[in-house]
Design a binder for this molecule. Structure first.
Ligand SMILES: Cc1cc2nc3c(=O)[nH]c(=O)nc-3n(C[C@H](O)[C@H](O)[C@H](O)COP(=O)(O)O)c2cc1C
Length: 324
């Protein structure tokens, strides 16, 4: 498949270390969006954020930084800082579902208010040197909110619109609303990127049949669980990989070693790896057992022991039977 595959932003997982290692061991993604950077007034990005977006730490695949905020001036400020680092595109997060974020009119909190979004975009777009794309949900509370937002999207010069086909209050639960997505994407004058619940090769085939004019797809959790997925999609599922477990171990080891270099103390390193395994474990038979062991440990020696033994003796991939 020649379509464009985006690695979704997953805060706490898809950072630069993860993205670089992913590209090296699995490939398949054409481009990545960073987890969100909160907008602010300062003249310098915080060191941690700076390290994350520094081009030399992001050689593996093209990258679009994502900003979250509700203040045009702050968003313009961060867009310019990112432009100065070489980022000609930035993405604005209108999808974050968390209550505390939404309450402050950020992320999906803006979706019930088309006039506010219009005002924000009117203030931002003429004042930034970058191209702007947005990532939205169908609504904060109900799936019909998007229909009031579409005239706003169409009025503004947007590079593209990514739609996660859920509402904010759904968080990541329940199903995606493909019928609503089908109605709304046709009304949007910009390039639309589909996002939500692509877990298997067959999922994207079904989506492609239903939405033949969509050529850009964003995948998050499906690739965190099965990192071979984007490569399978790109090769039309013709890839025959004999040593999958070995590759999965090498990828894990690289991510772990890189975190060990830049993070300090077992709590922060293991915190990261626990987040990693929250998704990664799902591809294995007996995933609950290994996840529980990893979640319990507080020592890096013990962690290494658990993981090495798992890959040596127990790691077995789940079978996925294609239901047509
Ligand atoms: C733990 C977690 C963190 C996320 N962080 C972000 C984020 O920083 N920015 C964003 O736009 N979306 C974020 N998302 C949403 C994903 O990018 C994506 O839209 C969502 O998971 C649906 O796609 P999927 O079904 O392919 O995972 C996050 C999702 C999860 C589960």
């Amino acid at each position: 498949m020649n379509d464009t595959l985006y690695l979704a932003p997953i805060r706490g997982v898809t950072d630069s270390i993860y993205r670089n290692a992913f590209h090296k061991h699995f490939g398949g993604f054409d481009i990545a969006i960073t987890p969100f950077i909160a907008s602010f007034k300062g003249v310098k990005l915080k060191p941690k954020v700076f390290r994350e977006v520094l081009p030399e730490n992001n050689n593996a695949m093209p990258l679009i930084p994502q900003i979250i905020g509700n203040d045009a001036e702050d968003i313009i400020n961060v867009s310019k800082l990112l432009f100065n680092l070489g980022y000609k595109d930035v993405n604005l997060n209108f999808g974050c579902p968390h209550k505390m974020v939404a309450k402050r009119g950020r992320g999906s909190g803006i979706l019930p208010f088309p006039e506010k979004m219009d005002e924000l975009l009117s203030n931002i777009i003429p004042n930034i040197p970058n191209r702007l794309s947005i990532k939205v949900r169908l609504g904060r509370i109900t799936t019909d909110e998007i229909f009031n937002l579409i005239p706003v999207f169409n009025k503004h010069e947007l590079a593209e619109v990514t739609i996660h086909a859920r509402t904010g209050i759904q968080m990541y639960e329940g199903t995606v609303f493909l019928d609503v997505f089908e109605k709304c994407y046709k009304l949007i004058d910009h390039q639309v990127v589909y996002n939500g619940d692509i877990f298997y090769y067959e999922d994207i085939i079904e989506l492609k049949k239903r939405f033949p004019d969509i050529t850009k797809w964003m995948i998050g959790r499906g690739a965190m669980v099965n990192p071979f997925l984007p490569g399978e999609i790109k090769s039309d599922n013709t890839l025959q990989i004999a040593d999958k477990i070995e590759i999965l171990k090498d990828f894990h080891d690289e991510v772990y070693q890189e975190y060990s270099k830049v993070l300090f103390g077992p709590a922060s390193i293991l915190g990261r790896m626990k987040e990693f395994w929250y998704y990664y474990s799902h591809q294995f038979v007996n995933n609950k057992k290994i996840l529980k062991k990893i979640q319990k440990t507080n020592s890096t020696n013990n962690y290494e022991d658990i993981v090495n033994k798992f890959f040596q003796n127990d790691a077995e991939l789940q079978k996925h039977d294609f239901i047509s």
